[in-house]
Design a protein around this ligand. Structure first.
Ligand SMILES: Nc1ncnc2c1ncn2[C@@H]1O[C@H](COP(=O)(O)OP(=O)(O)OP(=O)(O)O)[C@@H](O)[C@H]1O
Ligand SMILES: [Mg+2]
Length: 414
C-alpha cells in the first residue's frame, strides 16, 4: 500500500471500507439508485472508483462522470459522453446522432476530442434529447451499466449562482429522474455523489422530491481501530517499524479519522523520520509533526482546497458568511446562538434575508462535516480542521459579539 495524499486511491492502495462496499455493491446489483454523501476528503471518490474496478472486472460497464468542471447541463452531458467513449458499442450508437460534427472516425479521435465535438453540438435546446439518447443507449447494452456522477452538488450550485434561480437545477434533476424512471428495469443504475450537501440544496430550493428516487448512503470516518490499522499497514509497506501506539496518538491528535488526514499524518511523520535518519515512527514525534507540519505550509495548502470548494458551493455571499462562522467557531471555541444573532446584525445590510442565509450555510457546514451541533450552538468535530482555521484567522478575527456591540456603540468596525 503506497502512501497517498492526493487523488483517489484504488486496489492495492485502497484500505478498509469493505462493509461500505458490500452495501453499495448490493444496492447497485439490486438496481437501486444511490445518493452517496460524506464530508470532504472522506474517500467518496475512492470508494466509487474501487466499486467501479470491482464491478468492471465482473462484466459491468461503469461510466464515471466527474462534473466538477461543468457549468451547465450541456457540459454534464458532454462529460457523460466522454465517460462512454471507451465503450465502443455505446459510443458508436450515440455518435450517430452527431454525424455532421464528425468528419473523422469516432474511434480515432480520442476521448477528449470526442467530448469537445459533442459539446460543440449541444445547446440549451438539445441537451435533453442527446442526454436521453445516451441513457437509452446505456439501457440497450447487454451488460448492466452503472452511471456515477461525482461532484454533482458543485455543478448544481454553479447553475444556481449563474441564474440566481432554481429553474436550471430543477430542470436538470427532473430530467435525470424522469429519464431514468422512464427506462424502468433496463435503466442504468445511478449513483450521485459529492461533498457539499445535495440534500440541503434541494431542501432550500423546495425540490427535495427530485432526488427521492435515490437511497442515501453517508460515508463516515474511520474509527480508532481502522485509523491505527491503516497507519500500521502504511508503515509496513514503507519498511518502517512503529514504536508504541503511534496510530492511537495520531487518532487522538486528529479527533476524527478522516482518511485523507490519516494519510497526510503518516506522510509527514515518515518524512520526519527520514530527516532524522530513522526507520521508525515514534510517539514522541507525533505532537511536533502535528504542530509544525500538518498545521504548517503543507497543511495550509490543503486548507486552500477546502476554501475553494466552499466558495464554489456557496457563492461569494454564502462564502463570506461561512468564513465568519468558521473563524468564530475556531477561535471562540464555538459558534453560539448569540454569535448567530450578531452575525445577522452585522450582515443585515449586505445580504438579503440574512437569517435564512445563515441557516443555509450552517446546514451545509454541518452536512459537510465541518461543524457539529452542540449544547449552545456549533463546534468543530475535527481538531485538525479547527486548528487550521484558527491558524488562518488568528490575529485578525474579532469576536462577533464584540464587533456587533462596538458597532451599536457607534465605534463601528465592519
Ligand atoms: N479507502 C482509502 N484507503 C486509503 N486512503 C484513502 C481511502 N479513502 C481516502 N483515502 C485518502 O484520502 C484522499 C482523498 O480521497 P478521495 O479523493 O477519494 O476523497 P473524497 O471524499 O472524494 O474527497 P473530495 O471531498 O475532495 O472529493 C486520498 O488521496 C487518500 O489519501
Ligand atoms: Mg471526490
Amino acid at each position: 500500500m503506497r502512501s497517498s495524499t492526493g487523488r483517489w486511491v484504488v486496489d492495492e492502495d485502497f484500505f478498509d471500507r469493505e462493509k461500505e462496499l458490500e452495501i453499495l455493491e448490493a444496492r447497485v446489483r439490486g438496481r437501486n439508485h444511490v445518493l452517496l454523501s460524506g464530508q470532504r476528503r472522506m474517500g467518496k471518490t475512492s470508494v466509487l472508483r474501487e466499486l467501479e474496478r470491482r464491478l468492471e472486472s465482473d462484466g459491468w460497464i461503469v461510466l464515471f462522470v466527474d462534473v466538477e468542471g461543468a457549468a451547465n447541463a450541456e457540459d454534464a452531458i458532454a462529460d457523460m459522453a466522454q465517460a462512454a467513449y471507451p465503450y465502443r458499442s455505446l459510443v458508436s450508437r450515440f455518435a450517430e446522432g452527431f454525424r455532421r460534427w464528425f468528419s473523422d472516425r469516432v474511434e480515432e479521435i480520442g476521448a477528449s476530442r470526442f467530448r469537445l465535438k459533442v459539446r460543440a453540438g449541444l445547446d440549451a435546446g438539445s441537451w435533453r434529447r442527446y442526454g436521453e439518447r445516451l441513457l437509452h443507449d446505456c439501457a440497450a447494452q447487454e451488460k448492466p451499466v452503472l452511471l456515477v456522477i461525482d461532484e454533482l452538488p458543485i455543478l448544481l450550485n454553479r447553475m444556481l449562482r449563474r441564474d440566481g434561480e432554481a429553474a436550471r437545477v430543477d430542470e436538470f434533476l427532473s430530467w435525470l429522474r424522469g429519464t431514468i424512471q422512464a427506462l424502468g428495469e433496463k435503466s442504468p443504475v445511478l449513483i450521485l455523489s459529492g461533498s457539499i450537501g445535495l440534500e440541503p440544496l434541494v431542501r432550500r430550493l423546495g425540490i427535495s422530491d427530485r432526488i427521492n428516487h435515490l437511497d442515501p448512503f453517508r460515508l463516515g470516518p474511520w474509527g480508532l481501530e481502522n485509523s491505527v490499522a491503516c497507519i500500521g499497514r502504511l508503515a509496513e509497506s514503507h519498511g518502517l517499524t512503529v514504536e508504541g501506539d503511534v496510530g492511537g496518538a495520531i487518532y487522538e491528535s486528529l479527533g476524527v479519522g478522516i482518511p485523507h488526514h490519516v494519510q497526510s499524518f503518516f506522510a509527514r511523520l515518515r518524512e520526519h523520520a527520514i530527516m532524522h535518519g530513522r526507520d521508525e515512527l515514534r510517539v514522541e514525534d507525533v505532537g511536533e509533526v502535528y504542530r509544525n507540519h500538518l498545521l504548517g505550509p503543507s497543511g495550509q495548502s490543503d486548507l486552500v482546497h477546502y476554501e475553494t470548494r466552499l466558495k464554489d458551493a456557496l457563492g461569494d455571499e454564502g462564502y463570506s458568511l461561512a468564513m465568519e462562522i468558521l473563524a468564530e467557531a475556531a477561535i471562540e471555541r464555538g459558534f453560539t446562538g448569540q454569535a448567530e444573532t450578531c452575525l445577522a446584525g452585522l450582515y443585515g445590510e449586505l445580504v438579503e434575508e440574512v437569517p435564512a442565509r445563515i441557516e443555509d450555510v450552517l446546514a451545509v457546514l454541518v452536512h459537510d462535516g465541518y461543524l457539529e451541533a452542540c449544547e449552545d450552538g456549533y463546534r468543530f468535530s475535527s481538531h485538525l480542521l479547527k486548528d487550521w482555521w484558527a491558524a488562518r484567522f488568528r490575529g485578525h478575527h474579532v469576536a462577533l459579539e464584540r464587533r456587533h456591540s462596538d458597532r451599536g456603540n457607534g465605534t463601528g468596525s465592519k
